[in-house]
Design a protein around this ligand. Structure first.
Ligand code: NAD
Length: 484
């Protein structure tokens, strides 16, 4: 299978925070891979902008090292790297001062798309937006890319939106949620809206429940200070899981157009009911013999921030009334995996009798690792043993279905950056979506704070606290196993 790589027009991309972790791990290696694939034209410019005292040569060395470390083994020869590094420049720029801005302005070329990637802490977004304007860098051709976290609550998200709106139109603002850049997430829309097979069944009449799991094996590591002010709800649930929920639950948009898609996602968030306190389970990973627990990691023996959260929610609209959505995410769990499972109802009557057991179709969409989909269907157990039933997966692993092409598929950041250059906002969050997500999240957080709720401890390497399992058991359901 040959996928088409359509080159984008030559562009200038300024990476504020160009020496930081995100730039080195994701943005720069991602751009290099697009360059190797022939999508990024050689006359484009990548301009690192940060406070460190570097020149072009030193920055190119840093970029080359980052690519060697995080580049990800695709076929690029060293000649390609040299050509790529020629597109890379550096301008020492201070977001909070006026140094470097005039030079940056001189470096950027006129009459082409210019994108400014804010790969810095959110406290600098306002300064950057304001200086881009004051120094004449912001043109109608400009786009800004902002990283998560987008606010800490509704109030701060509104303030951030208002600050950016002072200097940029909503059509110029690209709020990144890298989950939306994953191949499978877009495939989810293709599967739902490109096939006749699923959509007629995609509702409360046929779907028993939907579960979404985003599990990590790592703890909070060196991010303890930041994480403890945030927790799994703010760090993962409010953005990544909420976005997945929107895509799985939304109505078909009239067309695959940024605002049509985002209008439908917004309606899902607005239709979310408040979550009952007993439908929320929060947890913290316990220490093991060799490794510290959550509270040690964040250096606060009294911390009440959750490293795990599971909840059951409902969407009150015609399609989903009565269908529960179970969402969970956490750190230090059994395996690193992200999955959405649509669990269909039992057949209304079993002609095979009670001995045949209970069988149901499950459509599982794996986001990582090994992106793909599985549909469990019920068949007859082979052999002469009578009419015994068995569930077997129809498995579509993208790597198998698409061959080496799947490995060449751009990762989330690559795809999203190319979308910024092309001016396609479909996979980026709109300001009102982010605010609606916080409007749903804030009262839940306030609720457990008022109740002085203490997160339950769970074993590192487990599936989370026992209470999270009970959340589904009580309803006669169970979570799918967290496994690779
Ligand atoms: P980092 O601390 O590694 O890098 C920060 C960068 O900002 C550095 O290049 C630094 O020089 C620059 N900087 C700091 N103050 C500056 C100033 N006054 N003027 C100009 N430049 C300044 O941070 P990071 O991990 O790269 O994260 C950047 C942003 O991306 C943050 O908002 C973070 O929340 C977000 N993010 C990071 C990741 C990740 O994997 N690292 C993932 C998702 C979101």
């Amino acid at each position: 299978m040959v996928s088409r790589v359509i080159p984008v027009d030559p562009f200038d991309l300024v990476i504020f925070g160009g020496t930081g972790d995100l730039a080195r791990r994701k943005i720069l290696p991602g751009l290099f891979r697009r360059f190797c694939a022939g999508q990024m034209p050689e006359s484009s410019q990548i301009i690192g902008a940060a406070r460190s005292d570097l020149d072009d040569a030193a920055y190119r060395k840093m970029v080359g090292d980052a690519i060697a470390e995080f580049g990800g083994g695709r076929a690029c020869d060293s000649g390609t790297l040299d050509a790529f590094l020629k597109t890379v420049h550096y301008v020492k720029t201070d977001a909070k001062g006026d140094g470097g801005w005039a030079e940056l302005n001189d470096r950027i070329q006129q009459d082409r798309v210019r994108a400014f990637y804010f790969s810095v802490g959110p406290s600098l977004f306002g300064d950057l937006a304001e200086r881009l304007h004051r120094f004449g860098l912001a043109t109608p051709q400009s786009r800004i890319v902002v990283e998560k976290p987008f606010g800490h609550d509704l109030e701060s998200a509104k303030a951030l939106n208002a600050t950016l709106a002072e200097h940029f139109d909503e059509t110029q603002i690209y709020r990144i949620d890298h989950y939306l850049g994953k191949e499978t997430v877009q495939n989810l829309m293709a599967v739902r809206f490109g096939n006749m097979l699923f959509e007629p069944l995609w509702n409360a009449q046929y779907v028993d429940h939907i579960q979404i799991t985003v599990a990590e094996t790592v703890g909070v590591g060196g991010r303890g200070g930041y994480y403890d002010k945030s927790g799994a709800m703010r760090d993962m649930m409010q953005n990544h899981l909420m976005q997945l929920l929107c895509l799985i639950a939304m109505e078909p948009p009239a067309k695959f157009d940024p605002d049509a898609v985002r209008d439908e996602k917004l309606k899902v968030i607005r239709a979310l009911e408040p979550v009952e306190p007993h439908h929320i389970v929060r947890g913290q990973y316990a220490p093991t013999k060799n490794e510290p627990g959550y509270r040690d990691d964040v250096d606060d023996p009294k911390s009440r921030t959750e490293s795990f959260i599971a909840l059951k929610c409902h969407i009150s609209n015609w399609r989903w009334a009565g269908t529960p959505f179970y969402l969970r995410t956490g750190k230090r769990l059994k395996a690193r995996t992200s999955e959405i499972a649509v669990v269909f109802k039992d057949a209304p009557h079993s002609i095979f009798g009670v001995d045949a057991g209970r069988h149901r179709n499950v459509l599982a969409i794996r986001l990582q690792p090994n992106e793909g989909m599985t549909l469990d269907v019920t068949i007859k157990e082979p052999g002469p043993g009578g009419m015994r039933l068995l569930d077997v997966p129809l498995d579509m692993s993208f790597a198998e279905a698409l061959g080496p092409e799947a490995e060449e598929a751009p990762d989330a950041y690559e795809r999203l950056i190319m979308d910024v250059i092309r001016g396609n906002q479909t996979l980026f969050m709109r300001g009102d979506e982010v605010e609606a997500a916080w409007a749903w999240t804030d009262p839940l957080i306030a609720g457990w704070q008022d109740r002085n709720d203490v997160p339950k401890e769970y074993d590192a390497g487990s599936s989370g606290p026992e209470d999270a399992l009970m959340l589904m058991h009580r309803d006669g359901r169970k979570w799918r196993e967290i496994k690779v």
